[in-house]
Design a binder for this molecule. Structure first.
Ligand SMILES: Cc1ncc(C[n+]2csc(CCOP(=O)(O)OP(=O)(O)O)c2C)c(N)n1
Ligand SMILES: [Mg+2]
Length: 573
């Protein structure tokens, strides 16, 4: 019996293990939605805005390790996906975005709801297809999934004119992706691995610098073996949270602009950096000409384009982190890093990650600490973007991969709630917290309806500081407190908003109400619980490497102790 393009898409999604799709229908995708209507094996999640669909697919992928799928109609539906696609591209998230388009004969005629979405997204996808013949539809889906999920993962867009959904093929082709020119390198070069092992053997102040690539590759066990065998410090990026347990004595936690001072000092003073699945992002390196000048560098990455992109390295190893680490670990011996550890422990004592507690005002860091304590560090945590994201990263220490779901590369406000929806769909039995900003939350607040319909017991902790706080912090420190456009003057009553959507809302105004509110939220089943934490308005995220500064120019909270670099912080303040 003949099959339609829409049936082909759905059958191939099922064949590749897709269990949930997020989207909004429209004229160009009605045939696809019509097939989904009868489909038992795929949950069809209607979201409020296509950006929410892309972020939910992204959150689903991050939490599950599987591909996330989103669907949008032609024109505005497709363009609404753009931010979410760019977000997935920057953080290497496997995603399939299926868009409808106007009929093939109408393409290029400025037809109603026509947008050149393959053109628009060209720089922000790993690959894309515009299907012009129904014969090409099966390979576009199969190859698309293959490309999105292999090598360095990323988003693939398949744009399908509506008549391709209704056109038929005599049978559903049984096919595998055949892409001779796309062959990612998984196995690291043996000679390079040997060189790396030798370099590690000679190092006195080595540091393992691990990023999201470790999580994408599933290399956490191999990484832990290497770290434990060598007994050397491990720092992680924002994306690398959970790649190595941040609770481990070898872990120095997050490095970079808002990483712990000791973690940044360790990076800067090291004589050997072993970068694994990390890309020397500017938020990690700070000023490049002062970054790790005394360190040799080994760079393990599956994407050859990352090697030497920002930083020249001594030993490049192109390959899959898991495969490379498992080879490397066989060839190394324990390092003698006792002197180095003495120095690091000293820094840890001198510059701990800390903040000033208050009995009157709720400190945002305290809220995160309490969430951490109550959930025993086991929850899945998504975030918005801004100060709250950095406090979540600093104070919610992650024990396992896929636990921390945050927009790293693009820094997309509004990511938190839809990403939490995707994560909760992927992990129904687990506790999911969205630690969000008052500004960020508003950007995709409509997805509360999605969470209510799907009966998702997500806990939303709004760090309500009445500011676009991170921008305000920069204005305070570097722009003479000229708070232009950063005061959120007319925030809605978040409790009423939550209730209007059919969720539970709790307002929290005093420090001693924080814990009881969180405990109450755990009792809320089947609907989201929105907690409005009225926190101190002008709290800053410290420590901080000023943009463009070197890692050793890190500023600590002037109120806590004498700044590491007094001159700089006085000037900035
Ligand atoms: C979509 C988007 N627009 C603008 C920005 C720039 N930006 C970065 S942080 C920030 C403030 C975020 O405010 P809020 O969500 O309240 O978080 P807070 O910093 O107060 O914790 C802004 C506007 C961004 N990252 N994303
Ligand atoms: Mg805010």
């Amino acid at each position: 019996m003949a099959v339609t393009g829409a049936q082909i898409v759905v059958e191939l999604l099922k064949k590749h293990g897709v269990e949930v799709v997020f989207g909004v229908p429209g004229g160009s995708v009605i045939p696809l939605y019509d097939v989904l209507y009868d489909e038992k094996e795929i949950t069809n999640v209607l979201v409020g805005h296509e950006q929410g669909a892309a972020h939910a697919a992204d959150g689903y992928a991050r939490a599950s390790g599987k591909i996330g799928v989103c669907i949008a109609t032609s024109g505005p539906g497709a363009t609404n996906l753009v931010t979410g696609i760019a977000n997935a591209q920057m953080d290497s998230i496997p995603m399939l975005a299926i868009t409808g388009n106007v009929r093939t004969v109408m393409i290029g005629k400025d037809a109603f709801q026509e947008a050149d979405i393959t053109g628009i997204t060209l720089p922000i996808v790993k690959h894309s297809y515009l299907v012009k013949k129904v014969e090409d539809l099966p390979s576009a889906i199969v190859e698309g999934i293959h490309i999105a999920t292999t090598g360095r993962p990323g988003p693939v867009l398949v744009d399908v004119p509506v008549d391709m959904f209704t056109a038929t093929l005599p049978v559903l082709p049984d096919m595998e992706a055949a892409l001779p020119s796309y062959q990612p390198t998984y196995k690291g070069h043996r000679r390079m691995i040997e060189l790396a092992a030798k370099m590690i053997g000679e190092a006195k102040r080595p540091v393992l610098y691990v990023g999201g690539g470790v999580i994408r590759s599933g290399a956490e066990d191999e990484l832990a073996q290497l770290a434990r065998k060598l007994e050397i410090p491990v720092v992680n990026t924002l994306m690398g949270k959970g790649a190595f347990p941040e609770t481990d004595t070898l872990s120095l936690g997050m490095t970079g602009m808002h990483g712990a001072a000791y973690s940044n000092y360790a990076m800067n003073e090291s004589d050997l950096m072993i970068a694994v699945g990390a890309r020397f992002d500017d938020r990690v390196t700070g000023r490049l000409d002062k970054f790790g000048v005394g360190a040799k560098k080994i760079h393990i990455d599956i994407d050859p384009a990352e090697i030497g992109k920002n930083v020249q390295v001594d030993v490049p190893i192109v390959g899959d982190a898991r495969m490379v680490l498992s080879e490397l670990v066989k060839r190394v011996k324990k390092c003698d890093a006792s002197e180095w550890w003495r120095q690091i422990r000293d820094w840890q004592r001198q510059y701990p990650l800390t903040y000033q507690q208050s009995a009157e005002e709720i400190k945002p860091q305290y809220v995160v600490e309490q969430i951490y304590d109550l959930t025993n560090g086991e929850a899945i945590v998504s975030t918005g973007v801004g100060q709250q994201q950095m406090w979540a990263a600093q104070y919610y220490r992650c024990k396992r991969p896929r636990q921390f779901i945050s927009s790293g590369g693009l820094g997309t406000m509004g990511f938190g709630l839809p990403a939490a929806i995707g994560a909760q769909m992927a992990c129904p039995g687990q506790l999911v917290f969205d630690i969000d900003g008052d500004g960020s939350f508003l950007m995709t607040i409509q997805e509360l309806a999605t969470a209510v319909v799907q009966k998702l017991p997500i806990k939303v902790a709004i760090i309500h500081n009445t500011y676009l706080g991170m921008v305000r912090q920069w204005q305070e420190l570097f722009w003479r407190r000229r708070y232009s456009g950063t005061r959120l003057v007319a925030q809605p009553d978040f409790v009423k908003v939550a209730e209007a959507f059919g969720a539970t809302g709790i307002v929290v105004e005093k420090p001693d109400e924080v814990r009881p509110a969180l405990e109450r939220s755990l009792e809320v089943k089947d609907v989201p619980c929105v907690m409005d934490f009225r926190v101190s308005a002008e709290e800053n995220v410290f420590p901080m490497v000023p943009a463009g500064g070197a890692l050793d120019e890190i500023m600590t909270d002037p109120a806590l102790w004498k700044s590491v670099d007094k001159k700089r912080s006085r000037k900035a303040g």
